[in-house]
Design a protein around this ligand. Structure first.
Ligand SMILES: CC(C)(COP(=O)(O)OP(=O)(O)OC[C@H]1O[C@@H](n2cnc3c(N)ncnc32)[C@H](O)[C@@H]1OP(=O)(O)O)[C@@H](O)C(=O)NCCC(=O)NCCS
Length: 153
């Protein structure tokens, strides 16, 4: 698949929100989607597009000089498993490395929750070199165990 990766850009919620809405198995709670949408607007975001049509994105939070976090990422269902997520991540990693950032983390639903969709999400991050650090019940809540994954850049 031929796509282009651009970024980081700001003010991208208009193009990223439809991607969140195309993924209801992950982002099905309207209140949470609106929260993502409003935060994405102010975060550095990489976009994956085919002829002006954005099909994937990755938004970042930089916590300090040494570490950053994938705040949220998504690829439209019909474009998944064709290398877009990996390309978004590679662009993000090289941009962070250029600035001397050493660690990249991501928080996702942990393995003690049975959701099969988030199991695939964890498979993606693991294939991309992330390693599970710790599952915590205090970050979200007991029904939504939060797994912190980390990668050395
Ligand atoms: C997770 C996500 C961003 C990955 O993007 P993608 O473009 O589908 O991933 P890629 O095609 O770049 O996959 C790269 C590698 O990751 C692994 N991988 C990706 N999806 C996988 C899956 N469903 N099951 C197992 N491994 C998977 C594979 O090793 C894959 O390489 P391969 O296809 O050569 O075997 C995308 O599937 C998605 O949007 N998921 C729903 C939302 C989500 O989970 N967001 C992250 C939480 S914030």
């Amino acid at each position: 698949m031929n796509f282009t990766i651009v970024g980081p850009h700001f003010g991208t919620s208009t193009v990223c929100t439809p991607i969140l809405r195309s993924l209801p198995e992950w982002f099905g709670i309207e209140e949470a989607t609106l929260q993502y949408s409003s935060e994405i607007e102010h975060l550095p975001t990489f976009l994956a597009s085919i002829s002006e049509h954005t099909l994937g994105f990755l938004s970042l939070k930089q916590h300090n000089t040494f570490s950053a976090e994938i705040y949220v990422m998504g690829v439209q269902p019909e474009a998944q498993r064709q290398g877009m997520g990996q390309a978004l991540l590679h662009a993000t990693q090289s941009w962070l490395r250029q600035q001397g950032v050493e660690y990249l983390q991501v928080k996702t639903l942990g393995p003690s929750h049975a959701d099969p969709n988030y199991a695939r999400t964890r498979d993606f991050y693991q294939a991309m070199g992330f390693r599970p650090l710790e599952e915590l019940l205090q970050i979200w809540n007991e029904q939504n165990p939060c797994l912190i994954l980390i990668k050395r850049l």
